[in-house]
Design a protein around this ligand. Structure first.
Ligand code: NAG
Ligand code: NAG
Ligand code: NAG
Ligand code: NAG
Ligand code: NAG
Ligand code: NAG
Length: 330
């Protein structure tokens, strides 16, 4: 471990030298000074192994013991038949929001006027959807952050929610106990596409966010469409998978993958991490490596002890409530 850190510091030092040589300021702020692959060409940008070393505010990325993502060993999931189903609660069935190329991810943020809440499962509070985030690979079969029995999927969609009962916004929630809930779906490449993802990833839409910082407003999306008709899930306590890696996340991993087409996968790989005037760098392979589990437990409503049920899993349905909005003075 010490040797590893020592080696890391050496590389970091080499990087710092390059940095000076290139006369390049690290970034506008430290907040922005990280990447999925460290680059030593021209400028040093810290990759996952360095996140916790370059900024003391991010030290959990290195020393944390409840980090995410993880490799899920299905034989270690404790069957919990008392986990209630997940409950989606909305004001309107359809939501609008902004699709954004952040330079690191494809990100969809629902319009603040269209709240989408999730509760149930392991969650004791109402959590509000803040962002739908996509991680994907440069080739099929890699790209997800979580692994199942040592195997990644081609992509992973993460629905990032914050605890709205206790906290007023995501930045406050992310630093505090029970702050975040992330629901995660694995994605496979197939010849059909999940209806929600199909809206985000059709050619017309995705090509409008080809470069960093480009956005596109979308209307009439149904978050409910993301969820399979029947599914099981497992849950564990972990962290954000990006700096500052705060260990405030209840992860809920859905056991049934969603599909996207190979055309859509291809369009994702054509997204650039940079601006139009800069050299093209594909956004793909934007995943953090799996982290040690240590002594954490995995709990699920999928009973892996029963032979023959391995592929079928549980058959829970999402509960959906459409709330009548409170009348406000106009
Ligand atoms: C979402 O949860 C918050 C906090 O509990 C609550 O105030 C709000 O009414 C909920 N909204 C919906 C649509 O359920
Ligand atoms: C899962 O864990 C069991 C022991 O708990 C171990 O024997 C097995 O090799 C693990 N499987 C994988 C894919 O890591
Ligand atoms: C988030 O909420 C905290 C506490 O209410 C507040 O101090 C902070 O300014 C808010 N941050 C943003 C980005 O709104
Ligand atoms: C995904 O695609 C596979 C194979 O093409 C198919 O068997 C499966 O039913 C699809 N899943 C959904 C949710 O449509
Ligand atoms: C979808 O793919 C399967 C094999 O993966 C193939 O058998 C089937 O014909 C395809 N369907 C369509 C509509 O292309
Ligand atoms: C990103 O876009 C916003 C407006 O859409 C603009 O104000 C901002 O300067 C852009 N940032 C960069 C780094 O181009």
């Amino acid at each position: 471990m010490q040797a590893l850190i020592y080696r890391a510091l050496l590389i970091l030092q080499a990087g710092a030298v390059t940095l000076v040589a290139a006369q390049f300021s690290p970034a506008k702020s430290y907040e922005d000074w990280w990447a999925y692959k460290e680059s030593l060409h021209g400028t040093f940008v810290p990759g996952p192994a360095f996140w916790g070393l370059v900024n003391t505010a991010w030290n959990l990325c290195t020393i944390g013991k409840r980090q995410s993502p993880i490799d899920i060993n299905t034989s270690q999931i404790v069957f919990d038949p008392f986990l209630p189903p997940l409950r989606l609660s909305l004001v309107k069935k359809k939501v609008g929001g902004t699709l954004h190329n952040t330079g690191r991810h494809v990100s969809f943020r629902p319009d603040p006027h269209h709240p989408v809440n999730i509760s149930g499962g392991p969650l004791l509070y109402n959590h509000r959807l803040e962002e739908v985030r996509l991680h994907f690979g440069s080739e099929d079969g890699v790209g997800s952050e979580h692994f199942v029995n040592k195997k990644p999927s081609s992509a992973e969609v993460q629905l990032i929610h914050f605890n709205e009962d206790l906290y007023s916004n995501i930045s406050e929630a992310s630093r505090n106990p029970n702050g975040l809930a992330v629901i995660s779906f694995f994605i496979n490449v197939a010849n059909n596409s999940n209806p929600f993802l199909n809206r985000l990833l059709n050619r017309e839409t995705i090509t409008r966010i080809s470069f960093k910082n480009e956005t596109n407003f979308l209307q009439d999306l149904s978050v409910e469409d993301l969820y399979p008709e029947n599914f099981g899930f497992l849950t564990y306590q972990g962290s954000m998978t990006v700096p500052p890696c705060y260990e405030t996340v209840t992860w809920i991993i859905i056991d049934r993958p969603l599909n996207i087409t190979s055309m859509q996968m291809h369009s994702l790989r054509l997204l650039s991490q940079s601006q139009p005037t800069q050299i093209f760098h594909s956004m793909s392979d934007n995943f953090r490596p799996v982290q040690p589990l240590f002594h954490r437990g995995l709990r699920g409503n999928i009973d892996f002890r029963k032979p023959g049920r391995k592929c079928k899993g549980a058959n829970f349905k999402l509960h959906v409530d459409i709330q009548t909005p409170l009348k406000t003075a106009t």
